[in-house]
Design a protein around this ligand. Structure first.
Ligand SMILES: C[S@@+](CC[C@H](N)C(=O)[O-])C[C@H]1O[C@@H](n2cnc3c(N)ncnc32)[C@H](O)[C@@H]1O
Length: 202
């Protein structure tokens, strides 16, 4: 594939991890996802752009069949180590999320989105919608923390900003919103800047 944008290149992300500059890394599971997990029926769950994968561990410990995808070696190595330490079984996949098809078509009950959408170039967002639509099963849910809502999509990134209007218009065909809220459990620096929206694939 021809690389067009700097952030399409795994080395761009790898360098950030190597420089210990991964400001997005929470160092543990995401509070809102952790609180939701107990009321979700376990199933096939995919975390795209999973980073070091604390949520992958958390969902696996709660009985989900987790596939965690990232293309940066440091993220994958950290997740492998964490999975071994916690003795959990996770499908850890080091590849570009845009190459999850055709292998994973109609595979997942859930996709977890956290700061992956804002990591890819805005011009690829329709491709992102098509990707998640293809890899979810019919009736599957895209559980996303859509972020950052206080930055204009045209500003330099990553992270690339978005708006609720943009997110909803991307998912306006073949999807239904089943939940939408500004979570009380957002971490302090993201309060009001991220919104939980769960889209269900028809
Ligand atoms: C901002 S970080 C977020 C990581 C994680 N979701 C978290 O919240 O800690 C974005 C992650 O997505 C990964 N990533 C970006 N574009 C990707 C792509 N096209 N395919 C696979 N991984 C990608 C990067 O390597 C990085 O680990």
């Amino acid at each position: 594939m021809k690389l067009t944008f700097k952030e399409d290149n795994s080395q761009f992300w790898e360098d950030i991890y190597l420089e210990d500059d991964a400001g997005w890394d929470l160092g543990g599971p995401t509070p809102i996802f952790e609180s939701m997990a107990d009321s979700m029926s376990p199933g096939e769950l995919c975390i795209i752009g999973c980073g070091k994968g604390y949520d992958a561990i958390m969902f696996a410990q709660k009985g989900f069949d987790v596939t965690a995808v990232d293309f940066a070696s440091s993220a994958i190595n950290a997740l492998e180590e964490l999975a071994n330490e916690n003795d959990v079984n996770i499908q850890i996949v080091q590849k570009d999320i845009f190459s999850l098809t055709p292998e994973h078509i109609n595979t997942f009950d859930y996709i977890i989105e956290q700061t992956c959408f804002c990591a890819i170039n805005p011009s690829r967002r329709k491709g992102y919608e098509q990707l998640v639509r293809k890899i979810l099963k019919p009736g599957g849910k895209l559980i996303g923390l859509w972020f950052p809502l206080d930055k204009h999509p045209d500003e330099e990134g990553p992270p690339f900003g978005t708006t609720l209007k943009e997110v909803k218009s991307l998912f306006d065909n073949g999807w239904k919103i089943v939940k939408e809220e500004f979570p009380d459990l957002s971490i302090e620096p993201r309060k009001g800047r991220e919104k939980l929206i769960i889209f269900k694939k028809n």
